[in-house]
Design a protein around this ligand. Structure first.
Ligand code: DSN
Length: 419
């Protein structure tokens, strides 16, 4: 078999150098961005395979190109695995990523100009849930529900009031910065009352649902569930749509030819592989450890003076109000943590008075560290280094010394697939 790395090194040493730099960065730092992870090593093999060469517009058994006998078998396996994993009646593995995946649902089932009810963006909703700067926010009329300022949880009374008043065609639940779980039946009953379709965008927690650590919206009778495949699922960068059988034809047509052309068959293959690995007992144990680690990290950070949005976490994610805790904005905290070898991202908090590039929070999560085998003990070490870095963010020598401690910690936990 050809050594692809050696070929790249020989033909493009400049790009190869950047790859080596990125691999070193991933090895020597603790990755705490909650949407990032280390993919299964098998995913690298599928992504860097001959499937990348193949055009296969259409679906298995109904393609617009010849030579599709093997990709048909592969995509069918992936679809059946995804259906079984998520207890769904239909699966589409072709969305190129999270944004097109959600667009395909809207464009296939909601008329332009119609109303969609989704979470307020500063309270945890995602760009594709109708941010004014997104085309989706221009095509549809998004109305909002929020979290309760008392406890940080979704305010279902307000959600019901907005739904009754606005009569949305679709109710979306899902988030990119909400550290709590909820009962999908609450959303479903409100949507049913006003005759709306239900979409759960579980991009952050798709893997945690697959492993049984968090609730599955399909069990509550949701019409659609979308998830990216690269976050807690440890697959390739990509999107996955699960839905009821009644929506299968509409979803497939909306993805192709409605929104996309040729699917990336190497990505579809990597997703199919991920669906198999995510059904294994080891992955189930992994997802439960992700949650245990998040709780341990939250407890330790709070004991050290960090104020967490909602006061803790039920999932893999934590949001620290760094203005309240340490008197600095999220951009400064992110940089200090970076210098200490801890990668996080600045984050707006509910009704944040500060702008998105200098918001009041930082967001962190445990999926990637857990993929390296880190457990509650390591979360204590991570929290100690983080607190020290934020409290001494202007002390360059101290940050450099903390970075060495982070490197030593990381050296004990090889990165899957990178060593
Ligand atoms: N960018 C992802 C996140 O970080 O949550 C969502 O698209």
């Amino acid at each position: 078999m050809q050594d692809y790395r050696a070929a790249l090194k020989a033909s493009d040493p400049e790009i190869f150098e950047t790859l080596l730099g990125e691999e070193k960065r991933q090895r020597e730092g603790v990755e705490l961005i909650p949407s990032e992870n280390y993919c299964f090593p098998e995913v690298y093999a599928a992504l860097g395979s001959a499937f990348t060469n193949k055009y296969a517009e259409g679906y298995p058994g109904r393609r617009y190109y010849g030579g599709t006998e093997f990709v048909d078998i592969m995509e069918n396996l992936g679809r059946e695995r995804a259906k079984a994993l998520f207890r769904a009646e239909h699966a589409n593995l072709q969305p190129l990523s999270g944004s097109p995946m959600n667009q395909a649902v809207y464009l296939g089932f909601i008329e332009p100009g119609s109303t969609i009810l989704a979470m307020d963006l500063s309270h945890g909703g995602h760009l594709t849930h109708g941010a004014p700067v997104s085309h989706m926010g221009k095509i549809y009329r998004f109305v909002r529900y929020k979290t309760n300022p008392e406890n940080g949880a979704i305010d279902f009374d307000q959600l019901r009031d907005v739904a009754r008043r606005e009569r949305p065609k679709m109710v979306i639940c899902g988030y990119s910065s909400y550290p709590r779980d909820y009962d999908y039946k609450d959303f479903k009953s409100i949507a049913d009352e006003v005759g709306a379709l239900t979409l759960a965008d579980v991009s952050h927690i798709g893997g945690l649902i697959a492993g049984g650590a968090m609730r599955n919206p399909m069990d509550a009778g949701f019409d659609f569930m979308t998830t990216t495949t690269h976050k807690s699922m440890r697959g390739p960068r990509g999107g996955l749509i699960l839905c009821k059988a009644a929506h299968a034809k509409g979803i497939d047509q909306s993805v192709f030819p409605g929104l996309q052309g040729g699917p990336h068959m190497n990505q579809v293959a990597a997703t199919a592989v991920t669906m198999k690995l995510a059904a294994e007992p080891a992955f189930k144990a992994y997802t439960h450890q992700v949650l245990k680690n998040a709780k341990a990290l939250a407890a330790e950070l709070m004991a050290g003076g960090a104020s967490l949005v909602t006061g803790g976490t039920d999932n893999h994610m934590l949001v620290i109000d760094v203005v309240k805790s340490f008197g600095m904005n999220g951009a400064i905290a992110e940089k200090a943590l970076d210098h200490a070898g801890m990668t996080t991202n600045k984050q707006v908090i509910p009704d944040d008075p500060n702008p998105p590039l200098r918001p009041s929070g930082v967001r962190l999560g445990t999926p990637a560290a857990t993929s390296r085998g880190m457990k509650e003990g390591e979360m204590k070490e991570i929290a100690r280094i983080m607190l020290d870095a934020m409290k001494h963010h202007e002390d360059a020598a101290r940050l450099a010394s903390l970075r060495n401690e982070t490197r030593a910690l990381c050296a004990r936990f090889p990165v899957p697939g990178l060593g």
